[in-house]
Design a protein around this ligand. Structure first.
Ligand code: PGA
Length: 261
């Protein structure tokens, strides 16, 4: 079992200066937490300036979005090839991209492929809507989004990606999923990946939970078997709360390491 992966998705919040100040404060609060990989997804404007700063502090960066073509006449877009070397991760298929900006499976799988092609680890976000959940269609929604997102990559490439299970109804709503339901969804994700890409891919793929994670509920998710970390929106904007969650993840990692020894 690897380190817990904790990703802050700041969305369209924090100026470049605020983001830089956040990194300083976070470093003061968490110091070296070797059991946790900390990833920050700032506004695109802050990626370049934060790139040097985070190296001193042992944080990694993620792009919140990017375009799937490497270059060309695509006004306003930033490509994965332009982000290469600046970020280690790239969010793909976040529910806000799917539902506010109308991204379809075709766009999402092209972005997953573009990230892989450019040495960026895609974080494929999937999850059912409230009505799919009410209609008992959670498993189908997960299945369709996995097939839709991963169709262009190989089993070996799937081993190295991250899947974030984020029920749409839980994002930014304060309504978080019951750990028992998350456990079931994460098992389902690995089962479906096993069927599609084989046992090794299912074993190695990292799976996160996201959706209204806060200081009080974080530990419960981190302790679920098969959950490798968290994708955090609102709470990640509060540096003290975010640092608290990182400390909790570090403690859980140490406890697991002790058990395994
Ligand atoms: P939230 O957002 O933590 O504010 O629910 C999670 C996300 O959008 O990834």
């Amino acid at each position: 079992m690897g380190k817990k992966l904790i990703i802050a998705n700041w969305k369209m919040n924090l100026t470049v200066n605020e983001a830089s100040l956040f990194v300083h404060r976070l470093d003061d609060l968490v110091g070296k937490r070797r059991g946790v990989e900390i990833v920050l997804a700032p506004t695109m404007l802050a990626v370049q300036p934060l790139h040097l700063q985070v190296q001193h502090h042992h944080f990694n960066l993620a792009a919140q979005n990017f375009y799937w073509r490497d270059h060309g006449a695509y006004t306003g877009e930033v490509s994965a090839s332009q982000l290469r070397g600046l970020v280690q991760y790239g969010l793909v298929g976040h529910s806000e991209r799917r539902h506010v900006f109308g991204e379809r499976s075709k766009d999402i799988r092209s972005k997953v492929q573009a990230a892989v092609r450019n040495g960026i680890t895609p974080v494929l976000c999937i999850g059912e809507t409230a009505s799919e959940r009410a209609d008992g269609e959670t498993a189908d929604a997960i299945h369709d989004q996995l097939i839709g997102g991963l169709a262009n990559i190989t089993s070996v490439e799937v081993e190295h990606i991250v899947v974030a299970y984020e029920p749409v109804w839980a994002i930014g709503t304060g309504k978080f999923a019951a750990p028992r339901d998350v456990s079931r969804a994460v098992k389902l994700i690995r089962k479906q990946i096993k069927q599609l890409f084989g046992a090794l891919a299912a074993k190695h793929v990292r799976v996160l939970y996201g959706g209204s994670v806060n200081v009080d509920n974080a530990s419960a998710y981190l302790q679920i078997d098969g959950v490798d970390g968290l994708l955090i929106g609102d709470t990640s904007l509060d540096v003290r709360a975010f640092a608290e969650i990182i400390k909790k993840a570090d403690v859980i990692d140490k406890a697991v390491a002790r058990k395994a020894a």
